[in-house]
Ligand binder design. Sequence first.
Ligand code: ADP
Ligand code: MG
Length: 275
Amino acid sequence: QVQSTEAIAAFETAGPSAVSDCKGFEVKHLVKRYANADKPVLNDISFKVEHGTVLVVLGPSGSGKSTLLRTIAGLEPIQGGTISINEKVIDEGRPGTEKAGRSNRSSELRTRIGMVFQSYDLFPNKTVLGNITMAPLLVQKRGKAEVEAEALKLLERVGLADRKDAWPHELSGGQRQRVAICRALILHPEVLLLDEITAALDPEMVREVLDVVLELAKAGQTMLIVTHEMQFARAIADHVILLDGGHIVEESHDAHAFFAHPETERARQFLRTFE
Ligand code: ADP
Ligand code: MG
């Protein structure tokens, strides 16, 4: 079971400004500019992801997909617009922050959004269990027994219970990505961001990772997914956006229609590159 209700409960107890309605996740008029760049990478991006649904973000290389996920995760400051969860603003654009390292989000808010990257970024000096339990123990100050029990349940869910004491270098790429997913899930994120998590894997390992993600979607985990696996994208998406030139060039709430009959020439051209 994905802990979405627990995540909402945790959110509600976070403070009086937390909103009890479960509404999802929203980006409004987001502007992201890197220092020394002549134009913004993301220019007035708006979309909403309903709680329990999956948004697939498509776009050519360099279109700002990773930048979008990094800003949502709070790893990059934004220069305009807002990012909200359940109608609570968690990040607000401030001009002149191009050189700041991160957004100024609190660590509590940071844990509301989980992210898994293309490169397997497990801590090499910690076991599988150590990787998964580190943040809940150190950041959330949860109890060791409870955290380890939950980590084991998550490992069972992704088929890796027998590897809990392994070191990252002893695992395959597909196994490492499944551990990285567990490490994100144990924080009960309201939204899980996946940035091309199978792009660096050997083809025979792609399936085992995508199957885990499909299971999460079925269990109601809200996700934003960047992927170049078009069959997977078609299967998992409730909602699709295509990014190009800093803008959303096409958006669809009917993923099947988008893949079968895209409305814009740009989307047709983009999808043809995967045929
Ligand atoms: P995508 O993930 O769609 O390939 P990225 O978000 O990685 O695109 O990059 C979008 C644009 O922003 C590219 O032109 C890239 O060169 C630029 N960019 C990415 N990261 C940085 C950075 N840290 N500093 C400056 N420019 C960057
Ligand atoms: Mg990228």
